[in-house]
Design a protein around this ligand. Structure first.
Ligand code: PMP
Ligand code: GLU
Length: 397
């Protein structure tokens, strides 16, 4: 007999991780799977960062680190916010956590009471939804359409705000669509937030360094809502450090203090060695980031060009991150023999089975007509993957 809490029963399994696990198991059985499911750079962590971690071991960074992170790391993050994002966060306003995912749940648990509403913008990153549920909040989904480049209009946002709305989660560049809001579009959203006292906005900027045209704009740089923005970031994507588990926030001091209190009872300060590596990453020259960005841009052009030739897919060319989210609704309701494609998850499973390509169905992202493809893999594999996808889709009648 299992006695699980209602809390855990209310949570779904992360579909990005579930699909990655499934494809990993098939690979381990010797099946030639091409993995376009998990969103992580395929590059190794740059050498200068690895050297810093090795040195930290030798320098005996082996004791409990301070709960909110080492002071010099928080100062370096504070400097980074000022220089790169034009945002003033003192080091006291910075809290280092075990990945951006951990930073997000800290903030959500710190400000959401049961019954509070949190607005998320579909297509949204999977974990936003379930983290809100975990905090007892109610996710309110505002849908951005492919026809509008997967961006919401300010009036859509405003229409979703009620007396119970406490928080909006915003993410540009976006996982899963790769879309990037420009300054003008962001300012309009910021103006909506400004109108409602007690309404906060998390700006998840974890893909800020992977942007192909235009500039990254930080929500907190609009000074009229500065004290209502919590900026979430981390080193996972920009520095190919997904496994090191370092994320951070910049926030109003009272929110930073709350996250510190939570970490003090929950995780303590995060891995000392990883923090030293993150310090080196943030203080680096940015050369490796430039190289990775160029590779992602080349791959974006490659995969979007190939996907446009696949019958029935509608593709919006992403401007950042390393995802593309084609609309696959043309194939819903079609069959290959006994296999019927009822929804996007069925299609992802069909492609895994028949094309040996792992993707993630759009349902978990609040985008049931779409499929998420992570193109953070080699050019050759991308060409082969789209060839296989095309072949399998052609069999659907
Ligand atoms: N936000 C978004 C939009 C993401 O795609 C990810 C990737 N996992 C995260 C936050 C969290 O990243 P991590 O926990 O690896 O730092
Ligand atoms: N953010 C990545 C993704 O969306 C990693 C997996 C996860 O943390 O959910 O695939």
């Amino acid at each position: 007999m299992e006695y699980l809490s209602d809390r855990i029963k209310s949570l779904s399994v992360s579909q990005t991780l579930a699909m990655a696990q499934k494809s990993g198991e098939l690979k381990a059985r010797g099946i030639d799977i091409i993995s376009l499911s998990l969103g992580e750079p395929d590059f190794n962590t740059p050498d200068y960062i690895k050297e810093a971690a090795k040195k930290a071991i030798d320098d005996n960074y082996s004791r409990y680190p301070p709960v909110p992170g080492y002071n010099d790391l928080r100062e370096a993050i504070s400097k980074k916010f000022k220089e790169e994002n034009g945002v003033n966060y003192s080091s006291d306003q910075v809290i280092v956590s075990a990945g951006g995912k951990h930073s997000l749940i800290n903030v959500i648990l710190s400000i959401i009471n049961p019954g509070d509403e949190v607005i998320i913008l579909a297509p949204y990153w999977v974990s936003y939804y379930d983290q809100i549920i975990l905090a007892g909040g109610t996710p309110v989904v505002v849908e951005a359409k492919l026809e509008n480049d997967f961006k919401i209009r300010p009036d859509q946002l405003e229409a979703a705000i009620t007396g119970k709305t406490r928080l909006i989660i915003f993410n540009s560049p976006s996982n899963p669509t790769g879309m990037v809001y420009d300054r003008n579009e962001m300012e309009k959203i910021a103006r909506v937030v400004e109108k409602y006292e007690g309404l906060f906005i998390i700006s998840d900027e974890i893909y800020e360094h992977i942007i192909f045209s235009g500039e990254h704009v930080s929500m907190a740089s609009f000074d009229f809502i500065y004290d209502r923005v919590i900026t979430v970031n981390g080193v996972s994507k920009g520095y190919a450090m997904t496994g090191w588990r370092i994320g951070y926030i910049g926030a109003p001091l009272w929110i930073a203090k709350a996250c510190n209190k939570l970490q003090g009872q929950f995780t303590s300060g995060v891995c000392s060695i990883a923090q030293r590596a993150a310090l080196a990453a943030i203080q680096g020259t940015g050369d490796s980031q430039k190289m990775m960005k160029e590779a992602f841009l080349r791959r974006r052009d490659l995969i979007c060009g190939l996907l446009k030739d696949v019958k029935g897919l509608k593709v919006r060319v992403p401007q950042g991150a390393f995802y593309v989210m084609p609309d696959i609704s043309y194939y819903l309701g079609k069959s290959d023999g006994e296999t019927k494609i009822g929804n996007s998850d069925d299609l992802a499973l069909y492609l895994l089975d028949k094309a040996q390509v792992a993707t993630v169905g759009g349902d978990a992202f609040g985008a049931p007509d779409c499929l998420r493809i992570s193109y953070a893999t080699s050019d050759d594999l991308l060409v082969e993957a789209v060839k296989r996808i095309k072949g399998a889709l052609e069999r659907l009648k």
